[in-house]
Design a protein. Structure first.
Length: 451
C-alpha cells in the first residue's frame, strides 16, 4: 500500500516533515517514507490511498482508557464530583452492575470512537469483562493492551485475592496468543483497592508471565495520605518496595501527586507516566508534566475513557498545550511550555516505544499505524506548519483514514470492521436502561437522579 499526502509528518529519527510525501507499507510494516515521486518510482502498489489535501501522521496511542465506562458519558456532573472520590461512588459501582451485554456495547463503542479519532493503540486500565473487550479488539483490528479490573476492595472486601488472580491468569491463557494486535497485561486499580495479598500476587504473576502492568497512582490526596500513614512512604516508593521495580513495562496513570523522589523513580526505572489532561484537571488539579522538565520521563497522554469526553487525543493535545502555557506563565512567566512537536511525539510515540512496540514513527521498520487528517475546510486552512496545525486546532473530526498494521480500518471517514449504523441503534436502544442504572447508583448516595 502507498499512502500519499500533502504533508507526511514522520517523527522519525531525522524528524522529517515531507511536503507531497508518501508512505510505503508492506506486510504491516513501513518500508519507506519519501517524497511521493520517489516512492512511486520505487514501488508497485496494490492499493494507493491518494490524499492530496491531507496531513499524514503516525497512529495515536491512548495510554490510559476505560473502555467499559463509555456508557457513563454525560453522567458525571458537579454534584458527583463533590462526593470524592467519584470512582468509588459511580465508576466502579457501575462497572459492577453493568452486565456482559452492556460491556460488549461499551467496548465496541469505545473502539469505534477511538478509531474514528485516529487512535490506533490503547491501554485498558482494567475492564470488568476483559474477555469481551479482547474479542472486540480482535474483531476490530485495533491494537489493544487488555487488562482485568484487578481489585478486591471497593470500600469493603468484594473478592478473594486468589479468585482475582485466577481470572488474570485465565485471561492470559485464553488470549495471549491471539495475534499481533492483542496484548494481555496486568493491572492494579489503585493501592487503596487492593489487599497486600492481592498486590503481592499481581506483581508476582506479572513477573512470572512476563506481563506489562498498568496502575492508577498519585491520583488522589487521600491515597497519598493512606500510604504515608500506613507504611511511612509515598505510593510509588511503596510500590517499588513491593516489587514494581522488577516489572518490565510499567504504565502509571495520572501521577499528579508525585514527590521529586518519585519522579526520579519514574526516570531511573523507565516507567511510563500517562498524563490525562482533561480528567486530571477535572478531578485532581494541574499536572506538573506540562511545565516541569520531563526530560527522561517516558510520557504518554490518555483520555481516561469515554465517560469524560469523545476519546479524542487531538483534543487532549490542545488541553495539554493550554495547561502547559497557563502554568508556565503563572509560575515562571515562561510562555514556551511544551511545544507542538513534543506533544505530538507524546501522543503517538513515547509510550509505544517504551512498551517494546515499534509504533509512533513513520520510519522504515516501524509498524504501519497511520492516520490521515483532512485539512480542506475553511476551519483548517491555511496550513503553514502541519505539526502546529495538528496540535493547535485539528481534532478527531478531521480524521478520514486509519491504518493499523497495514490494514485499513477507517476509509473516507467510515469504519470498515465495525457496523457503525447498527452500533448507533444499539446505543440509542440502551439509553433508558443505562439512565436507570445511573439513577439507582445516584439514589444510593443521596444524589439527585439524572433527568
Ligand atoms: Zn483511570
Amino acid at each position: 500500500m502507498i499512502i500519499c499526502g500533502k504533508y507526511v509528518v514522520t517523527l522519525d529519527s531525522a524528524d522529517r516533515t515531507i511536503p507531497r510525501g508518501a508512505v510505503a507499507v508492506r506486510d504491516g510494516v513501513v518500508v519507506d517514507v519519501d517524497v511521493e515521486e520517489n516512492i512511486r518510482s520505487r514501488y508497485e502498489a496494490e492499493e494507493v490511498l491518494e490524499r492530496r489535501d491531507h496531513i499524514i501522521v503516525p497512529g495515536l496511542v491512548d495510554c490510559h482508557t476505560h473502555t467499559q465506562q463509555y456508557l457513563l458519558r454525560s453522567a458525571i456532573d458537579d454534584e458527583m464530583l463533590q462526593l470524592p472520590p467519584v470512582w468509588t461512588k459511580l465508576l466502579v459501582p457501575f462497572e459492577r452492575i453493568m452486565g456482559e451485554e452492556l460491556a460488549r456495547l461499551s467496548s465496541r463503542a469505545s473502539i469505534a470512537n477511538m478509531l474514528r479519532n485516529g487512535v490506533t493503540s490503547f491501554i485498558e486500565a482494567g475492564a470488568p469483562y476483559p474477555e469481551v473487550l479482547a474479542e472486540e479488539v480482535l474483531a476490530s483490528g485495533i491494537r489493544g493492551f487488555v487488562t482485568y479490573a484487578t481489585y478486591d476492595i471497593a470500600e469493603e472486601k468484594v473478592a478473594e485475592p486468589r479468585d482475582v488472580l485466577d481470572r488474570v491468569e485465565r485471561l492470559y491463557r485464553d488470549y495471549s496468543n491471539r495475534g499481533d494486535n492483542l496484548r494481555v497485561w496486568a493491572s492494579i486499580r489503585q493501592v487503596m483497592m487492593v489487599s497486600e495479598e492481592l498486590l503481592e500476587g499481581v506483581i508476582g504473576l506479572t513477573k512470572k508471565l512476563g506481563l506489562g502492568l498498568t496502575l492508577h497512582l498519585g491520583e488522589y490526596q487521600g491515597e497519598v495520605d493512606y500510604v504515608l500513614s500506613r507504611y511511612g512512604m509515598r505510593p510509588l516508593e511503596y510500590m517499588v518496595r513491593r516489587g514494581l521495580g522488577d516489572v518490565d513495562s510499567v504504565v502509571i496513570a495520572h501521577g499528579v501527586y508525585l514527590s521529586p523522589g518519585e519522579v526520579r523513580i519514574l526516570r531511573d526505572r523507565g516507567f511510563c507516566l500517562c498524563w490525562c489532561p482533561t480528567v486530571d484537571s477535572w478531578l485532581m488539579g494541574v499536572h506538573w508534566a506540562g511545565f516541569e522538565d520531563v526530560g527522561g520521563v517516558r510520557l504518554g497522554i490518555g483520555s481516561d475513557g469515554g465517560a469524560w469526553g469523545r476519546i479524542d487525543l487531538l483534543h487532549e493535545a490542545k488541553i495539554a498545550k493550554a495547561l502547559s502555557k497557563a502554568v508556565g506563565t503563572s509560575i515562571r512567566y515562561y510562555k514556551a511550555g511544551m511545544d507542538s512537536r513534543t506533544i505530538l511525539r507524546v501522543l503517538s510515540g513515547s509510550v509505544g516505544t517504551a512498551l517494546g512496540e515499534r509504533v509512533g514513527r513513520l520510519e522504515r521498520g516501524y509498524r504501519a499505524d497511520v492516520v490521515v487528517l483532512d485539512v480542506r475546510s475553511v476551519r483548517n486552512l491555511p496550513v503553514i506548519d502541519p505539526v502546529d496545525a495538528v496540535v493547535n486546532y485539528l481534532e478527531g473530526d478531521c480524521v478520514t483514514d486509519v491504518v493499523v498494521g497495514g490494514r485499513l480500518l477507517v476509509e473516507g471517514g467510515e469504519l470498515k470492521t465495525i457496523d457503525e449504523g447498527e452500533l448507533l441503534e444499539k446505543l440509542l436502544d440502551k439509553e433508558d436502561e443505562v439512565r436507570e442504572k445511573i439513577a439507582e447508583l445516584r439514589r444510593n448516595i443521596g444524589a439527585r437522579p439524572p433527568i
